[in-house]
Design a protein around this ligand. Sequence first.
Ligand SMILES: Cc1ncc(COP(=O)(O)O)c(C=O)c1O
Length: 398
Amino acid sequence: MANFQDYHGLPQFRQAVAKFMGRTRGNRVCFDPARIVMSGGATGAHEVTAFCLADPGDAFLVPTPYYAGFDRDLKWRTGVELVPVICKSSNNFKLTRKALEAAFEKGKEQNIKIKGLLVTNPSNPLGTIMDKETLTTLVSFINEKHIHLISDEIYASTVFCHPSFISIAEIIEDANIECNRNLIHIVYSLSKDMGFPGFRVGIIYSYNDEVVNCARKMSSFGLVSSQTQYLIASMLSDDEFVDKFVVESAKRLAKRYGIFCRGLAQVGIKCLQSNAGLFLWMDLRCLLRKQTFDEEMKLWKVIIHQVKINISPGVSFHCSEPGWFRVCYANMDDRDVEVSLTRIRAFVRRNKAEMVAAKNRCSRRNLRLSFSFRSLDDFLISPHSSITHSPIVKATTC
Ligand SMILES: Cc1ncc(COP(=O)(O)O)c(C=O)c1O
C-alpha cells in the first residue's frame, strides 16, 4: 500500500469509481474506467480541466449564483476568467438560452475569448437540478458556439426526491441530440455524495482523448494516495453497502430539508423549492430594509453576531439579487437543527415586529422609513468586531 502508484491510478479504484458514477446516475449510463482521471477533490479537477482547455485570459461562462470556490479553482493559477450568466429569481434561477447568449455576447464585446460553459448540476447553492430541456439547450448552445461544457456533478447522489437527476452523460447518449463529444467533460468527487471531503477524491471524466491524456499527466500534482485508492476501491465494490448508503442518505436529506422548510415557513420565510444538495436557498428579502448587497452583508453580520449562526450570503455566490442566503443543514446533529431553527425563528419574529413598528411610526409621522436593526450599528462600529473579510467563516454556537 505504501508503494507509489503512478498517475493512472489503481485499476480497481478506477473501475469502482466508474461503477459508482453509473450507480449514482440510476445505472442509465455507463462510465469507462479508462476515462477516469483522478485529482485532489473536485477542486483539483476543476483546475486541471481549466489548464487543459484554456489559456490565460480566456474565460468560462458560469451561471449565477455559483459555488464561490470556482473563483479560486478555475482562476487563481490558470489566469482564466469567469463570465457570469445572470439567472434570476423570477424563473427560480433557471438557466435560459437568452441568458447564455447575453453572457456570450458580453464576453465578445469585451474581447474575451469564451472557451467553455461550466455548470453545476445539481446546483450549489440552489439545490435544484436541471431538467432535460435545459440540458439539451446547453448542449446545442455549446455545439453552436463550439465551446466546451464542463458539468460539475459532485452532488449527483444527493437528489432526495423526484424528479430524478439527469447527467449530461445521459443527454449525449440520446441519439436524437447532436453533440460533439469532444466538448463534454464531467467533474466528479466523493466529497458530497459519500461525505468524504477529507479524502480528496476528485475525478475528471472527459469524452475527449486529448483532455484525458493531458489531465492524466497533470494529475501528478494532485494524486489520490494509494492508501485511499485501496480503501475507496474496496468500499465502493461493496454493492450492498453502497445501495444502503445511497438510499439512507437521500432519506435523511429529505427529512432535514422538510424540517427546515417547515420550520422556516412558521415565520413566513420561504425557500427555493429544491430536491438535491446539502443546503437550501433561503429568501430573506423581507428582512432587508433596502434591496442592496450592502444591506445583505449587514444582515449577514447581524445573524452571525446576534443569532450566532453562519448562513452564507448570496453575494458570495455572485447572486444577482440581494436577500438570498444558503443554509447548510446536512452536517449537524438533530439537536443543533432545533437550536438553529429556534434562533432563526426568534430573530425573524423580532425583526419583522420591529420593521412593522418602524413602518407604523414612519407612516404616522409621514416620514421616510429609516429603520435599522437594533444592535446592528454596535456591531458595525465596534473596534472589537470579529467580522472577517470572507463570509466563509465558521461561527461557533454558544
Ligand atoms: C459545486 C462544487 N464543486 C466543487 C467543490 C469542491 O469539492 P471537493 O471537496 O471535492 O474539492 C464544491 C465544494 O463545496 C462544490 O460545491
